[in-house]
Design a protein around this ligand. Sequence first.
Ligand code: NCD
Length: 285
Amino acid sequence: MQHLLSVDDINEKFILDLWERASDQKDNFSSSLKNKILTNLFYEPSTRTSSSFYSAMVRQGGSVIPINNVKFSSAIKGESLEDTIITMGTMSDCIVLRHPEIGSVSRAAKVSSVPVINAGDGKGEHPTQTLLDGFTIFYNNKEKIDNLRITMVGDLKNGRTVKSLVKLLSRYSGNHFNFVSPPDLRLPKDLLPKNSFQTEKIEEVISDTDVLYVTRVQSERGSNHQYSLSLDQLNLLPRKSIVMHPLPRVNEIPRAFDNDPRAKYFDQMLYGLWCRMVLLENVMS
Ligand code: NCD
């Protein structure tokens, strides 16, 4: 049984195979997951991730038990995460789990009789977002993911998508990272790759960027900054660069940039659906 708890659980071969199959999913409605049931167990809010797994499952003929609001589940009666996982393992073939605590997914995997997929564990990781983020770069960069200048902006301390993506991108040679944030929202030191530069000023790095990855301030995790990039700043980006954001967006990117050909943040959602279709098929069929 293969759990997906961290980017560390998947190797380059697995990822490349998934990306190569992902774009074939464009108009794919199959029955490869017929008679399979997925549990979506979300202890934190989600729009994209839970719906993306839901859609990926249904498009392949499977069904979903959606537990999106644990207020209406037995957790509110005091049931432990472990007992809920054992319960859902008897009723489904895979559990997608989002939970506010780092390490929750490992606790779940220890007792689960079915594969567990981490859909975000607090400030920890978000490996399926990384699969789609990596695919976005791969797909828009002639199937290459090395020798890039990557600029990451925002709440790098508390954002889990950044942490998983940095882990993935630092495996490929020649990637250089610029991290732009206020000093108190910097990426934790143990995650800083060798080839990286930290600054508070986007102007220092934006014109030397292939991939701009913008994130929101995680106010629910105690951050209280506000920031937004202006159109003037974004227009300093090279013409061939791409702009990504895991979403939800608050004010980080002005809506006036949405139709710019460099803006890929809405495309990312479609890529996420394709990547999750392949992932679920790998895990369950
Ligand atoms: C992200 C998350 O939940 O970590 N959202 C997502 O899954 N696309 C990013 C965020 O909430 O800021």
